[in-house]
Design a binder for this molecule. Structure first.
Ligand code: SF4
Ligand code: SF4
Length: 142
């Protein structure tokens, strides 16, 4: 999870200087809204990977990967400032990751296999049976 940093006394102009470039330390990718057990089973595989989270906010479902941009310099400066992508240019520090962790305001946030598995068990009555069903189908084929 992105760390919450004490923001008291940090003015907008000095905000980024006080930050460890939290906004350059992860990516997100919008997901198709998962509805079926198969779709959630794929999410379960993804969230089983270290640093991969799944969340749902008012805009939809997203995959989040905690991975630092390779152009982030040791002193938290951008190594390709003049060539940085548009999404970096659009990002404002007015209300950003230093102010609140990303999961603030999310309807759902899963950091681990266990968290998502528990959610799926509540959502689908036959969640645990899907594995037996799959194994039985495989056995029938061979
Ligand atoms: S925009 Fe926000 S998260 Fe990014 S470096 Fe500045 S203060 Fe940190
Ligand atoms: S390109 Fe620069 S501003 Fe964009 S994520 Fe990488 S280090 Fe941050």
């Amino acid at each position: 999870m992105v760390n919450r940093i004490e923001t008291r006394d940090i003015t907008s102009s000095s905000k980024c200087d006080q930050c460890t470039s939290l906004c350059c330390s992860y990516i997100t990718q919008e997901l198709d809204t998962p509805r079926s057990m198969q779709a959630f089973d794929v999410l379960l595989w993804q969230v089983a990977h270290k640093g991969v989270h799944i969340f749902k906010d008012g805009n939809g479902w997203y995959l989040l990967c905690q991975t630092q941009c390779e152009f982030l310099l040791p002193h938290n400066r951008c190594g390709i400032y003049e060539r940085r992508p548009i999404i970096c240019r659009e990002h404002s520090n007015e209300a950003c990751e230093i102010d609140a962790p990303i999961n603030d305001g999310c309807e759902l946030y899963f950091q681990t296999y266990e968290e998502l598995d528990a959610y799926c068990r509540q959502r689908f009555k036959t969640w645990d049976k899907r594995l037996e069903k799959f194994e039985a189908e495989q056995a029938r084929k061979h």
